[in-house]
Design a protein. Structure first.
Length: 123
């Protein structure tokens, strides 16, 4: 491996480490921001499902992706309050994922996620 190749490989390794660190924030405030962000995006998704403006497949897959993103943060949360909020967000997204076509249920999920967003943002 020549010097230029080693430099590029080193830069790539640093970039990957930064991305992985960004995916797993260690400060409670950063973790709370991540949980709040997932909750807010989930609330928007649930709103679309409640209004019937998103397809069931899109809502299901998007909720699943948000839960995967949330799982990355949940793995490092140590604050009990935030862990509870994250569990609530996961449960709400799970309800949306299970039956995105139920508009009444989606409206309740939206309200739950809005509440979780506000609670996480206060930490």
């Amino acid at each position: 491996m020549n010097r230029a190749t080693r430099g590029v490989a080193g830069a790539a390794a640093v970039a990957v480490a930064l991305v992985l660190t960004a995916c797993q924030p260690t400060e409670v405030s950063k973790q709370a921001e991540e949980v709040a962000s997932v909750a807010a995006e989930g609330a928007l998704l649930a709103h679309g499902a409640a209004e019937g403006t998103t397809t069931d497949t899109f809502a299901r897959e998007h909720a699943k992706a948000l839960r995967t993103l949330l799982d990355q943060v949940r793995g490092v949360i140590e604050d009990e309050r935030l862990a509870g909020i994250a569990a609530d967000v996961d449960a709400a997204l799970g309800r949306l994922e299970d039956d995105p076509g139920d508009e009444e249920r989606a409206a309740r999920v939206e309200a739950d996620l809005d509440q979780a967003n506000e609670a996480a943002a206060e930490l």
